[in-house]
Design a protein around this ligand. Structure first.
Ligand code: PMP
Ligand code: GLN
Length: 392
């Protein structure tokens, strides 16, 4: 995690945001929205501050939020976690991931995750002393362009008795893939056979666009046999466009959540008090709000995908999330890492090379791919598309 000169090496997302700030380029790198989320949620935070909700809340999270998370799980997925013992509030999904992996991964334990892999996973598994084993998502060309799927046999081979955790991320960052029920069932089967835990990162749960066979988010915890070995993680950041608030949560059976709390209490102890009732208000918003979030983002996806295609990229149309993957090879750029570092000069835009989320030994398959965020205003996406069209 330290660079050759002993300083902290910035994450790829921080590095690319700094590049955008330095060059004035449009930042389609780090995934954060450039508009505020629902007014009710923002008002609830302001109200909480005005009403004096400003001191340490309980470490497990404020009851108002734990109740709202339990209600949310029931409303959307039919899961009924006990708000007192089976719901834990964390500093974003990131702390939930950190506390979970530190709690359950011991030296030498293996953690299986799909690749490309969200950057924090590898760092956290290493910090816990574990070994990350990845299963590649392969790009294959389908109706709407390339789509991403794991190979069931590769997954079977990766999970062994050394596996302590299967770390699932669906909807997936960076590909936008939504794992199908068949793969989720296989994960449960393998976890059960090898007595592994399932840790599932579902921060994009409400950002699913629809229109395909796998177009609904299926939480793996809802599958038969899954609940007792699954810790489900999510966050208010994406759904409510409040990525800077860092309110996340973990849900699962009480004994598993207790282990996560034991670690969490010495990481952050507690989390931002006034944001907790505010995210609770968000979770209780009517269904129409959640439908609108996904529909608005689907429009943005289409706008950017059209722009990227017009500029000459080969684009994977994501089923969910904040990001589209564009292949720069048709434009004559075979190394996305180098391309992304030159892109501010070439076109005044910043993207993230997918290879940064892939183990060095397996980068060849992903070498010319760039992740572009479309969680941005229409005018920003239109301007970025226009700039990128000058690449040819
Ligand atoms: N997991 C994934 C897959 C993400 O994309 C992100 C953030 N973009 C996180 C976790 C972190 O979420 P939070 O900001 O709530 O910590
Ligand atoms: N998760 C966001 C992304 O993938 C950013 C989070 C971060 O910067 N760590 O871009």
């Amino acid at each position: 995690l330290l660079g050759d000169d002993g300083t902290v090496r910035a994450t790829i997302f921080a590095e690319m945001s700094a590049l955008a700030a330095r060059t004035g380029a449009i930042n389609l790198g780090q995934g954060f929205p450039d508009e505020d989320g629902p007014a009710e949620v923002l008002a609830a935070a302001r109200r909480a501050i005005a009403e004096g909700v400003n001191q340490y809340p309980p470490g497990i999270g404020m009851a108002v939020l734990r109740d709202a998370i339990a209600r949310h799980q029931r409303r959307w997925y039919g899961i009924e976690p006990d708000a007192a013992t089976e719901v834990l509030v964390t500093a974003g999904a990131t702390e939930a991931l950190a506390a979970t992996l530190l709690a359950y991964v011991d030296a030498g334990d293996e953690v299986v995750a799909f690749e490309p892999t969200y950057d924090a996973y590898g760092a956290l598994v290493a910090r816990a002393g574990g070994v990350l084993r990845t299963v590649p998502l392969h790009r294959s060309v389908e109706g709407d362009g390339p789509a991403w799927h794991p190979d069931a046999d590769e997954l079977r081979r990766a999970v062994t008795d050394r596996t302590r955790v299967i770390l699932v991320n669906s909807p997936h960052n960076p590909t936008g893939a939504v794992l199908g029920r068949d793969i989720l069932e296989l994960i449960v089967e393998l976890a059960t056979r090898h007595d592994a835990l399932i840790v599932t990162d579902e921060v994009y749960e409400h950002l699913v666009f629809g229109g395909g066979a796998d177009d609904r988010h299926v939480p793996i915890a809802t599958l038969p046999g899954a609940w007792e070995r699954t810790i489900s993680i999510s966050s208010g950041g994406k759904t409510f466009s409040t990525t800077g608030w860092k309110i996340g949560w973990a849900t699962g059976p009480a004994p598993l959540i207790t282990g996560v709390l034991a670690v969490k209490q010495y990481l952050t102890f507690v989390n931002g008090a006034p944001f907790q009732p505010a995210i609770a208000a968000g979770l209780d918003l009517p269904d129409a709000f959640f439908a609108r979030v996904a529909a608005t983002l689907a429009d943005k996806r289409d706008l950017l995908a059209d722009g990227l295609r017009a500029a000459g990229f080969d684009v994977s149309l994501p089923q969910a999330g904040y990001f589209a993957i564009a292949d720069a090879a048709p434009l004559g750029f075979s190394d996305a890492d180098e391309f992304c570092r030159r892109l501010p000069d070439l076109a005044g835009v910043v993207g993230v090379p997918v290879s940064a989320l892939v183990h060095p030994e397996r980068r060849a398959e992903y070498r010319s791919l760039v992740r572009f965020a479309f969680c941005k205003r229409h005018d920003v996406l239109a301007e970025a598309s226009d700039r990128l069209s000058r690449l040819t």
